[in-house]
Design a protein around this ligand. Structure first.
Ligand code: NAG
Ligand code: NAG
Length: 365
C-alpha cells in the first residue's frame, strides 16, 4: 500500500510554490507618469542631456550603480512599490520589460518634461506627456496579447497610478531665463490657470485610458531647492517668486482634482501635497535627522546648487544627513518621508484620503 504522506507533502509543496508565484503578481499593477522626480531610467535610452546614468547617482541603490533614477538610492515610485508589496516598475523603454514582468506595471516618466509640450525643449529628446500616454496604450495592447483583453482591462482598472508633473513648467520653462517666451505671454496667475487647464485635459485622457486610482503630486517648494538658493535666493532664503508659483499652483491643482472627481462621480484622483511634506523637512531639517536642507549632497558652488552632479562634484559622505541629493532632487531618506505621508498622512497631506485608506478600501488589494 502506498504511503499517503509523500502525496500530501508534495501537494503542500505545490501549494506553497503556487502561492509564492502568485505573490509576485498578486499586488495590483502600478503605473508611473511624469518627470525626473519619478523617472526610473527611461531617459537612459534617449539622446538627451537630462539623465542620471553615471556615478555618483545610484551610490546607495541596492546595486550601488546608477540606474537613471535622480536619487542616491530609491525614488518615490520604488518606495511606493515596496509599500504595496510589489517589485519596482521597470522603465517602459527597458528591454527587460516583457513577458510576465508586464504584469507588475510600467514606468513611463521622463526627466525634463512638463505639462506643456514646450517645457524642457532644451533637453531635446524626452518623452512628453502625449507620448507617455501613447506608450501606455501600446503597453495595454502588449498586456492584452499576454493575458487577454478582458484581464488586461481589469488589471489597468484596478491599478495604482502615480503622476508627478508641473515643476519643470516653472523651473525649466517660465523661469528658465529672464523674459522667457511664456513669461512674456502670461502673468504668473494666468500661466498657472493655463497649466491647470492643460493638466486637466491630460488627466481626463488618463481616465479614458482606464485608470481609476491615481495619486497626483503637486510641485515641491520650488524656491527652496539648492539650485534656486544658489541661482535666485538671497542669503539662503527660498526664492519668493518660485514660492509664489508653488503657492498658486498647488491649491488650484487640488481644486481641479476634486472637480474632476465630482464630474466622474468617484475619487479617481488623489491629491498628494508633496509641497507640504517637503516644507516640513525644509523648514525643520533637524527634526527629521538632517544636518541641512539647504546644501545638496552632490554638486558644486553655493549650496552645491550649481551645475550637474558628477564624479567631479562635492559628495557628502552620509546621504542620510541630507534632504537634497543633487541641486533639484531629494535623497532617498527624504523620499521616504514623502511616501510616509502619502501612505498615512492626514487630509492636510492627502485629499480626499491617504494610500493606506485606499489599500484598505479597494477590495482587490
Ligand atoms: C501637445 O502635443 C500633442 C501632440 O504631440 C498635441 O496633440 C497637443 O495638442 C499639444 N498640446 C498643446 C497644448 O499644444
Ligand atoms: C491615514 O491613514 C491612517 C492609517 O495608517 C489612518 O489612521 C488615518 O485616519 C488616515 N487619515 C486620513 C485622513 O485618511
Amino acid at each position: 500500500m502506498q504511503d499517503p504522506l509523500p502525496v500530501i507533502f508534495a501537494s503542500l509543496l505545490g501549494l506553497v510554490a503556487l502561492g509564492s508565484l502568485n505573490g509576485q503578481v498578486e499586488a495590483r499593477a502600478f503605473f508611473v507618469f511624469g518627470d525626473s522626480l519619478v523617472d526610473s531610467g527611461n531617459n537612459n535610452y534617449l539622446a538627451t542631456t537630462a539623465r542620471a546614468d553615471s556615478p555618483p547617482y545610484g551610490i546607495d541603490y541596492p546595486t550601488r550603480r546608477p540606474t537613471g533614477r535622480f536619487s542616491n538610492g530609491l525614488n518615490i515610485p520604488d518606495i511606493i512599490s515596496e509599500r504595496i508589496g510589489a517589485e519596482p516598475t521597470l522603465p517602459y523603454l527597458s528591454p527587460e520589460l516583457n513577458g510576465q514582468r508586464l504584469l507588475v506595471g510600467a514606468n513611463f516618466a521622463s526627466a525634463g518634461i512638463g505639462i506643456l509640450n514646450d517645457t524642457g525643449i532644451q533637453f531635446v529628446n524626452i518623452i512628453r506627456m502625449p507620448q507617455q500616454l501613447m506608450y501606455f496604450q501600446q503597453y495595454q495592447q502588449r498586456l492584452a496579447a499576454l493575458i487577454g483583453a478582458g484581464a488586461a482591462q481589469q488589471r489597468v482598472n484596478q491599478a495604482l497610478v502615480l503622476i508627478t508633473l508641473g515643476g519643470n513648467d516653472f523651473v525649466n520653462n517660465y523661469y528658465l531665463v529672464p523674459y522667457s517666451a511664456r513669461s512674456r505671454q502670461y502673468s504668473l496667475p494666468d500661466y498657472v490657470r493655463y497649466l491647470i487647464s492643460e493638466y486637466r485635459k491630460i488627466l481626463m485622457r488618463v481616465y479614458e485610458l482606464g485608470v481609476r486610482r491615481a495619486l497626483v503630486t503637486g510641485t515641491g517648494p520650488m524656491g527652496c531647492v539648492p539650485a534656486e538658493l544658489a541661482m535666485r535666493g538671497r542669503n539662503g532664503n527660498c526664492d519668493p517668486e518660485l514660492q509664489r508659483a508653488a503657492n498658486l499652483f498647488n491649491p488650484q491643482l487640488e481644486q481641479m482634482l476634486s472637480g474632476l472627481n465630482r464630474n466622474i462621480g468617484a475619487d479617481v484622483f488623489i491629491a498628494a501635497n508633496t509641497r507640504l511634506s517637503s516644507l516640513d523637512f525644509v523648514r525643520n531639517p533637524g527634526a527629521f535627522g538632517f544636518v541641512t536642507s539647504k546644501v545638496a549632497c552632490c554638486g558644486q558652488g553655493p549650496y552645491n546648487g550649481l551645475g550637474l552632479c558628477t564624479v567631479l562634484s562635492n559628495l557628502c559622505p552620509d546621504r542620510n544627513l541630507y534632504a537634497f541629493w543633487d541641486p533639484f532632487h531629494p535623497t532617498e531618506k527624504a523620499n521616504r518621508l514623502i511616501v510616509n505621508n502619502i501612505l498615512r498622512g492626514s487630509t492636510d497631506y492627502m485629499k480626499p484620503m491617504n494610500l493606506s485608506t485606499i489599500l484598505a478600501m479597494d477590495p482587490w488589494t
